[in-house]
Design a protein around this ligand. Structure first.
Ligand SMILES: [Zn+2]
Ligand SMILES: [Zn+2]
Length: 167
């Protein structure tokens, strides 16, 4: 959604409140978005420079990386951007993520937001911090109790793999 900031640039309002929904990114990897992104916040004019502060929330389903149980979570991202015109950015890098470009007296928050979500997404989740995961031999969910597999030393190659999975 394009946000019209003309009233602020003209000095008519000091603050523009934001509260709207925008479509979630495409599903990726094992992440399935279950609703729209909700953006809540405000653009505030501070003595001639405009600052956007907002929180974006998007619900998703995924699997616990240890026991593969399905989990539903809410991803939250804080957004802090300074609004700038192309002219005011002349001497700076236009790709600087701290700035949001004003074009035709409007700003487009959604495209940088989608980018930021994909970038900041943690990718792996656990159902609970101390999830014991599945037995690598019989596949039993060890959260439900121990299995009868012999507890011998874990193959060092598997140990490395387990470490990577736990990250
Ligand atoms: Zn788990
Ligand atoms: Zn087992």
């Amino acid at each position: 959604m394009l946000i019209d900031v003309r009233p602020m640039l003209k000095g008519e309002v000091r603050e523009i409140a934001l509260d709207y929904l925008t479509p979630a990114p495409e599903d990726f990897k094992d992440i399935h978005f279950t609703g729209d992104i909700r953006i809540k916040g405000a653009i505030v004019n501070h003595d001639g420079y405009q600052v956007l502060d907002a929180v974006a929330e998007v619900p998703f389903d995924t699997h616990c990386s240890r026991c593969w149980k399905e989990i539903s979570r809410l991803f939250t991202l804080n957004i802090h951007k300074v609004l700038a015109t192309r002219k005011s950015l002349q001497n700076q890098d236009e790709d600087n993520d701290d700035y949001l470009l004003i074009e035709d007296q409007k700003i487009d928050l959604d495209s940088p937001l989608l980018e930021a979500i994909v970038l900041e997404f943690p990718y792996t989740f656990v159902c609970k911090e101390d999830c014991k995961g599945l037995c690598t031999k019989c596949g039993k969910d060890l959260n439900e109790g121990d299995c009868d597999c012999p507890k011998k030393e874990i193959d060092p190659r598997l140990a490395i793999l387990q470490k990577l999975l736990d990250k």
